[in-house]
Design a protein around this ligand. Sequence first.
Ligand code: PRP
Ligand code: MN
Ligand code: MG
Length: 181
Amino acid sequence: AAHMGADLEKVLITEEQILAKLDELAKEIWAEYEDKDLLLVGVLKGAVMVMADLSRALPGTAPVDWMAVSSYGSGTKSSGVVRILKDLDTDITGKHVLIVEDIVDSGLTLSWIKANLESRSPASVEICTLLRKPEAAKVEIDVRWVGFDIPNEFVVGYGLDYAEKYRNLRVVGTLAPHVYS
Ligand code: PRP
Ligand code: MN
Ligand code: MG
């Protein structure tokens, strides 16, 4: 395989920008939760990089748990109907849950996950996402912490994939046309 950088059309967000933003968000998040029973919930697989860097930027410690979900049906995602492939290991009753995501695109995945977690009697459920595409929103969803609002373009890197590739890029960018053909 050729160097991944050759497949990028442009870099939208650099590694330095991502890490600086996550540091900033981590401070705000800690100010909100330092006296609370916080649980960080990552959504596999895209959120892995954000969780790694955001959680390590927190000034204190917090447990981390993971969910894996999939849309029903074989076609494209974002039907809004979600199936749990891997549930939390943690009972979240009475806990303050912070969902950590890489991107809110249509918002359908997160709005389903948020409603699902809210039905388990937690003390609170909030969302932190590195990226959001305001123009792609299909549902209203209250996202408490957003790293960057980006244009409605297909982006990869820093956890985000195209056909499971490019998650390990350190930057967020768009792919060159030759990758799709
Ligand atoms: C991507 C992304 C978000 C979701 C956002 O996950 O990581 O979880 O889509 O889309 P939405 O706002 O339109 O619902 P994907 O389903 O591709 O799985 P992955 O994280 O394993 O790549
Ligand atoms: Mn995802
Ligand atoms: Mg994906």
